[in-house]
Design a protein around this ligand. Structure first.
Ligand SMILES: NC(=O)c1ccc[n+]([C@@H]2O[C@H](COP(=O)([O-])OP(=O)(O)OC[C@H]3O[C@@H](n4cnc5c(N)ncnc54)[C@H](OP(=O)(O)O)[C@@H]3O)[C@@H](O)[C@H]2O)c1
Length: 298
């Protein structure tokens, strides 16, 4: 168990919340394929409680995790919420009975889905909600919804007090530029890790605008087909030398890479949670950072 306080890794503003840079992502809590109940309900509750007890004040979630499972667990574990806890959700997708992730980008759907999050979590306002974009159509019938109209729906919800801040997710540089201009977004959530750095330009744009960049899949995700950070030989070599785990090295590199990066590693395990919290005390040398900077998928 780590003795280094989370704040040692620094903090960042998130829609008026001063959050620790080490947060927690709730997507690993539901069952396999992010569907259904957790494999161990008591452990899921314990993970959430331990995270907040250790200082996590930024939790990422979605109504479509489960669906309806992650938010119910957060409420059971943590309600009534501490005043400094920033719960961030996302809208723009719905699950069907087979677990497909279907786009749901119409303004009425975005609003209904923010309201569903508020009801499920038992709160009147979310710290931020990410507008989750998709590369294909914006609805199951092939419909298209202008990004400007989606952002306008988000701005209206902020004006109505349902959300404190707006984020955008899985967005390219042009979309992030538009979201900064039209909606004053406070966070971008894109896939990014030591071994998946395609969005370096989006990170630079966030840094220049004081927008939090929150990588999803920071370890390469639980899904197959993506390079796993903890399996990379350079990561493993450094981990062994400094007495850390490979996952910790991958997360520590993210923290080192840019001060606008906030972590939300997902885990269903108390042991992995402790490791991820303890990244606050992991120090990389300049040589370590240079070797990691040069690392590419094996
Ligand atoms: N905006 C979006 O579209 C979007 C998409 C995906 C995810 N997200 C958010 O981003 C968060 C992070 O992404 P993610 O959870 O998919 O991927 P991730 O954090 O890259 O990886 C999660 C995987 O790593 C394992 N893991 C976690 N900590 C570990 C450790 N210390 N050592 C070894 N293995 C460890 C987990 O297994 P165990 O459970 O066994 O620890 C799980 O298999 C999610 O939880 C979710 O909140 C957002």
């Amino acid at each position: 168990m780590s003795t280094t306080p989370l704040s040692a890794a620094g903090t960042h503003d998130l829609a008026g919340f001063r959050v620790n840079r080490i947060g927690y992502g709730a997507m690993q809590l539901p069952g396999p394929g992010v569907m259904g109940p957790p494999k161990d309900h008591a452990t899921a509750i314990a993970v959430l409680r331990r995270a907040v007890e250790a200082g996590v004040n930024h939790i990422d979630t979605a109504q479509f995790y489960g669906p309806d499972v992650a938010n119910a667990l957060i409420r059971e574990a943590l309600h009534p919420y501490p005043d400094d806890l920033a719960i961030v959700s996302k809208v723009g997708a719905r699950r069907d009975a087979r677990g497909n992730w279907n786009p749901a980008q119409r303004p009425d759907q975005l609003r209904a889905d923010v309201e569903a999050n508020l009801r499920a979590l038992g709160t009147e306002r979310l710290a931020a909600v990410n507008l989750r974009l998709h590369s294909g159509p914006d609805g199951p019938d092939g419909e298209h919804v202008e990004l400007a109209d989606q952002l306008a729906a988000m701005v209206q919800m902020r004006e109505d007090g349902l959300i404190a801040g707006i984020g955008i997710s899985t967005a390219d540089r042009a979309q992030v530029e538009q979201a900064i201009a039209d909606a004053g977004i406070v966070t971008v959530q894109n896939a990014y890790s030591l071994l998946a750095r395609e969005d370096e330009d989006v990170l630079a744009l966030c840094a220049a605008n004081g927008v939090a960049f929150v990588p999803y899949f920071p370890l390469g995700s639980a899904f197959p087909g993506m390079p796993k950070v903890a399996e990379h030989p350079v990561v493993r070599r450094i981990a062994e030398r400094i007495g850390a785990t490979p996952a910790q090295v991958g997360l520590a590199w993210l923290l080192h890479h840019d001060p606008h990066i906030l972590l939300i590693p997902g885990t269903s395990s108390l042991d992995h949670l402790e490791q991820n919290l303890a990244v606050a005390g992991v120090r990389l040398t300049a040589d370590d950072v240079a070797a990691l900077d040069a690392a590419r998928p094996a």
